[in-house]
Write a protein that binds this ligand. Structure first.
Ligand code: GLU
Length: 493
């Protein structure tokens, strides 16, 4: 066994808080988390906020809130860490995350080392000069890389100010082993001397990552395929600084259903939006785990703990993973079905509140029981069930849609229904008893003639569960009130 294989597993999730947190980033966090939770080791959260213009505190807060909502917990931060199940540090509970903006001195130290050793240099070329160089190269059919003009400067050119710091990139072949892709090779001659900082206190992404991955003793860098071309640059800097190379794993791209690159619509769909629509965190984790990874069996439904048990890099694909929202809906429905009525009721309550409905017991529990098999998302379930709590406005014509019943017939039937329902004792107000109480009337008048106007009167909607279920949930007083209301409507129709 070499030194690498016995090294403790430490991974990081390193989001840049420059926009709403979207599904691609969530999947990266999940795969890192699954890997450490399966193999032991530490999961580190590192907010990459060195770009002061684009980074926003509100996005950092969103990422942290969503990680907590999903249950993707991290293990340490600047204030301390969990060691063998015990917190060692100061502010227990509110630890972390690491923020690159709080670590500028560290990057500065390493930048100064590179500058001193002439592995990096100040570049004085202006934007205009660089653009002119680029155009010349392009017109000659050459790749537009920086020619290294300032690399050999012994002293600052008079009258010029330093613009950026560049890495003096050697022209070599960089090869690394990717856990998903196998051997990957890059010729660094194509890069030219790339920019690693604006100045010693303003490092760019590629440089700060290298310093932090080393300082945090990251053993595995697990991130999206879009970072693949950053890896050889980072390896060159690690070599220049004498750092050990972590193991890499680049996760497959996420594709739209037609296998095109995931559209902006989805790629930028924030997790927040999925929460707003009433997807369960466990359903989202289940769905995202299957975006590029598959279990040994055909099984698709997993809890987070089951995912941890099954997760393995050997079953992550290289090719793009298709984002299929239908599947997410299906998984959400399956996860909803596993919940107890009580839990579902608690989850549905805030969604009903958004519909301006104050969910009342015992009605809420009864509604959940009737609707649970049909629920796809909590937001849709709230929209579908609000009628139980507040009868919507509806036109009298809704009561007459069954084979164009006349208002007189519908009224006659509803009166007969009301009379029979009123005789059912409250303690016995169940779908079965109601069905029995109306059986003779249904027989006489026809099923649709009775059930349609009754269902419409109870729900005020074209589609809903059956009338006996609704009536049983509403109870006798409210059911009779709704039938009487329908009769009023018919009287003035
Ligand atoms: N901060 C980078 C991003 O949000 C990720 C860096 C990395 O994983 O190396 O895309």
């Amino acid at each position: 066994m070499n030194a690498r294989t016995v090294k403790k597993i430490r991974v990081r999730f390193a989001p840049s808080p420059t926009g709403h947190w979207h599904v691609g980033g969530v999947r990266t966090a999940l795969f890192n988390w699954l890997f450490t939770r399966r193999n032991g080791g530490a999961f580190v959260l590192r907010i990459e906020d060195t770009d002061a213009e684009r980074s926003k505190k509100e996005y950092e807060i969103e990422i942290i809130e969503m990680l907590r909502w999903l249950g993707l917990d991290w293990d340490e931060g600047p204030d301390g860490a969990w060691v063998n199940g015990e917190w060692r540090g100061t502010s227990r509970g509110e630890y972390g995350p690491y923020r690159q903006s709080e670590r500028i001195e560290l990057y500065q130290k390493h930048l100064e080392t590179l500058l001193r050793e002439r592995r990096a240099y100040h570049c004085y070329c202006t934007k205009e000069e660089l653009e002119a160089e680029r155009q010349t190269l392009l017109s000659q059919g050459l790749p537009p890389k920086y020619g290294g003009h300032c690399r050999a400067l012994k002293s600052p050119p008079p009258g010029k100010t330093p613009q950026v710091i560049r890495f003096a990139a050697p022209e070599v072949e960089v090869e690394f082993k990717d856990l998903i892709r196998g051997k990957v090779k890059f010729n660094t001659g194509l890069f030219g001397d790339f920019v690693i900082a604006k100045d010693v206190r303003t490092p760019l992404y590629n440089f700060a990552v290298v310093v932090d991955d080393h300082a945090m003793q990251i053993s595995h860098v697990i991130r999206g395929e879009e970072h693949l071309s950053n890896t050889p640059k980072q390896i060159l800097m690690q070599k220049a600084l004498g750092f050990e190379e972590p193991t890499y794993a680049h996760l497959p791209l996420i594709l739209a259903a037609d296998r095109s690159k995931l559209s902006k619509r989805y790629a930028e769909t924030s997790l927040l939006e999925y929460r707003e629509r009433g997807f369960l965190p466990h359903a989202l984790l289940n769905f995202l785990a299957l975006l590029g990874w598959h279990p040994a069996s055909d099984r698709e439904l997993f809890t987070p703990n089951e995912l941890i048990k099954e997760f393995d890099f050997s079953r992550i694909q290289k090719g793009g993973a298709v984002f299929d929202e239908e599947k997410l809906l299906w998984l959400n429905r399956e996860h909803l079905r596993t919940l107890a009525d009580e839990t579902l009721a608690a989850l549905l309550t805030p969604f009903l509140a958004r519909e301006h409905i104050e969910a009342r017991e015992p009605l809420l529990r009864r509604v959940v029981h009737i609707e649970r098999e049909r629920m796809k998302t909590l937001a849709a379930a709230a929209a579908d069930t609000r009628f139980f709590f507040a009868l919507p406005e509806y036109p009298a014509s809704l009561l007459l849609q069954w084979q164009k019943t006349s208002p007189n017939d519908a009224a006659r039937i509803l009166r007969a229904v009301r009379e029979r329902i009123a005789k059912v004792p409250e303690a016995d107000f169940t779908p079965e008893t109601l069905n029995r109480a109306l059986a003779a009337l249904v027989e006489e008048e026809g099923k649709g003639q009775v059930l349609w106007p009754l269902r419409a009167a109870l729900s005020g909607k074209e589609g809903s569960p059956g009338p006996f279920d609704i009536a049983a949930a509403l109870g006798p007083a409210e059911s009779i009130r709704r039938i009487s209301l329908a009769l009023d409507k018919l009287a003035s129709a």
